[in-house]
Design a protein around this ligand. Sequence first.
Ligand code: FES
Ligand code: FES
Length: 168
Amino acid sequence: MALQIRLRVNGKEHESSVEPRLLLVHYLRDTLGLTGTHIGCETSLCGACTVLLDGKAVKSCTMLAAQASGAEITTIEGLAATCNSHGSGNGASLHPVQEGFWEKHGLQCGYCTPGMILTATALLNENPDPSETEIRTAISGNLCRCTGYQHIVDAIQYAAKKMAANGH
Ligand code: FES
Ligand code: FES
């Protein structure tokens, strides 16, 4: 039996009829075509599927689409549009966390990157001036095979400084 769900994704309302078993990650990728949210393990270990749900980082592979009904979701495709620090907030410029990954070489293959960026964004929204230990703890649920993590930490520290300077 299909369920009717309604959620807001990257600022846009969506109403869909879904199977109760449909995972949020499959809804985002297959129904909405937002393939920036990656699938790694599908067991809540790797964090590649992380999105923001009402501002909190969640692993969308272990949540049903129906559970997200009524929520506000941000995926990597919509993150730049949430940023008003140096533009109109229309997505024309990168979010500071994205900029940090660009400037500090925080990615190689990029597979973990959307999840890392959204986890880092949730951290900085809650804790604008995290210590290195707090950053490492925050991203401990996101696995990266490529970078050795130091560049990712540098990228998040860059973003924290930039956001503070912009009065985020
Ligand atoms: S795909 Fe969701 S945590 Fe790995
Ligand atoms: S950049 Fe390749 S998995 Fe992290």
